[in-house]
Design a protein around this ligand. Sequence first.
Ligand SMILES: [Zn+2]
Length: 767
Amino acid sequence: MRLDAVGMRILSVKVNGTKASHAYDGEVLEVFFEEPVKAGSTVTVRVKYEVVEPRKGVWFVPVEGGEARQAWTQGQPEDTRYWLPTYDYPNRKARVELTIRARKGLVVVANGSLLERRVEGDYERWRFRLDSRIPTYLIAFAVGDFYVEREEHNGIVLEYVVPRGREGDIERSFSKTKEMIDFFEEYLGVKYPYPKYTQVCVEEFVAGGMENASVTILTDSTLHDEKAHVDFRSEPLVSHELAHQWFGDLVTCRDWSNLWLNEGFATLMAALWKRREVGEEEFAYELVSMMDSYLGEYKGRYARPIVSRVYGVPGELFDAHSYPKGALVLWTLANILGEDVFRRGLKLYLERYFEKNADTEDLRKVFEEVSGRQLDWFFEQYVYNAGHPALKVKYKWLPEEKAVEIEVEQTQGKDSLEEYRVPIEVLILGKDYEVRREYIVERRRHVFRVSVPSKPKAVCIDPEFKSFKALTLDVGAEELLGVVKSCRYVYPRVMALRVLREKGSAKIVEDLRGILLDEEEFWGVRAEAARTIGNIGGNTALKVLLEALEKVKHPKVRRAVVSALGDFKEKEVGEALVRVLENEEESYYVRAEAAVSLARTGYEGAFEALKKALDYPSHNHVIAASALEGLGRIGTEEALEVVSKYLDRDRPLQLRYAATSALGYFPTSQKVLDLLSRQARSLHPRVRRGVVVAASRSLSPRMIPLLSKLQRDIWQFNVRAAREALEKIKKHMEKGEEYRKLREELEKLRAEERRLSERVERLEMKV
Ligand SMILES: [Zn+2]
């Protein structure tokens, strides 16, 4: 029998009570059985081992050394083997009992129910057991000086465990847990699977959260004060990890290639919770931001099939293809089948694979069973192939025929399928009518005609974002403004606002001003309007954005306004941003945004203002972290002096990360290189990630040796990023200086063009 066991000292191995021979190479422990094991019989293997300071799996805080005040585990993907000899792969499940001895006064939490707690001198022994089968990557515990709040809900013990002193923040982060459990149970038709649910917040966590069965570990940076609550919420994280208790923990992906069955579902369920809690508009905007995140990865990094066997280490699969793209594909399926049928499928899937593993084919068969429909085409095009349908839509009003002609073209390139089958709804809004049509787009080009009584005010494509696709609108500014003003759905309005960025004119800015300033409007649409105005640029845009800075109250819209202002170089913008940064009445996140924008404006007072901002207290140190980024963008020797003070291990992790990644903005001097090499030796993977970010910002060939090392990083989630940064630098070297100069020229030309077109417009108005 082979057990995964890394970096241990094996003291003894017994099989059924008798000493057994074994071999150990530092990674795999092989146990030899005297006699062949009969099928169906039980063998007890007892391994006595020691592991001092595991390199991962169990983490002691502070991670960089010093006296430990907390310990916690992170098993996913394959790190449990660093502290527990075990078969460490998701496709086998076991019941778990853990006994943990900790100094008296500390609190221990782990999977399952607490069976026993016994004082032994200065120590205390805690014994936990979970009578459900789980994969080894979900075996977990945490130890620390914690405050515990406990309640019961429908027979489930709920525990909220936070570092002592943070008791006051529990309510804001976790008060929705009970309602979420009720909602998921109701939506899925399957009860929460464990006797208890503990959520424990730990310091210096290596992820946002980890869904260990019945004991989710979360970063303590999700805890926040009243002031942060206006633009920061824990619910997205809390609901995501809770949803995993069904998707991932109860039913587990058979292998990492099928990871999307964990992450796609958790992402979708969190979005569905959002829909229930804050409504359709927030939900729609969440779908848009999922699409943005997937397209960001697709355009800037790579395309892969959602289910892929091609990867270096499993950590590479925890990406925007598994999470948001997975969620959007599932949501598309829900819309094709109807949400009721979709929910019946989820119930059957969870019941059939209860405490077992499943893969994508299992899921497909379940949905085929409940719907009575053939779905191989769906999984083939969205899950087993890379890329996505890219639809380009044109439409025009035909006054003679009293009809709207809609032309839909599939424009995806060679990395995607030639033709997709895409269901699309179209909503046409007129003066006193509303027409809704459904089409299936399956060829490269389609033309549809819809008869309507009069010229439409707006044509809205896929109004509720029911279908996964990239969308471009090839229509004029007037049509786009029609959608922004008349459509009541978020998705078409956001798409129209984005296309308007390319059509820049002062008239459009004037038209969007009303939306930006209207506090009744959905904040997401207002924020998009602010970005569009900023992108269009010019004097009118500047005036409108400064006016918005005076008038707009919603903190998320203010953030967009402040960010858009960063594109302007005028002195008054710099002054306005300094006022925002200094103003304690502003929200933390608006001030943080102002710090970055300020650096972008090139304002002469930026350095002093940012230096001061390093001392402003804020949630998660966001203001100071953004100030460090701003100082990086300023890029002077004196800014480097300030930034380098935040690299040390006695600084909060967020600032160490921010300072490390800010180093990438400075010229790659020997000094900067030395600082980065030091950070690359940090024991915390997040600091090492900062080095990767810095390298991909600087694009300097001098970073290559550092990256070569980091692409073999022991922390799997850093591996792909390091490899990509390396490739990026190599490509950049090929393109060379010539290319950079061309881009600068182009930027200048664009600014000139904007200036001219505004002048022409003003002249036209006079005429
Ligand atoms: Zn997850």
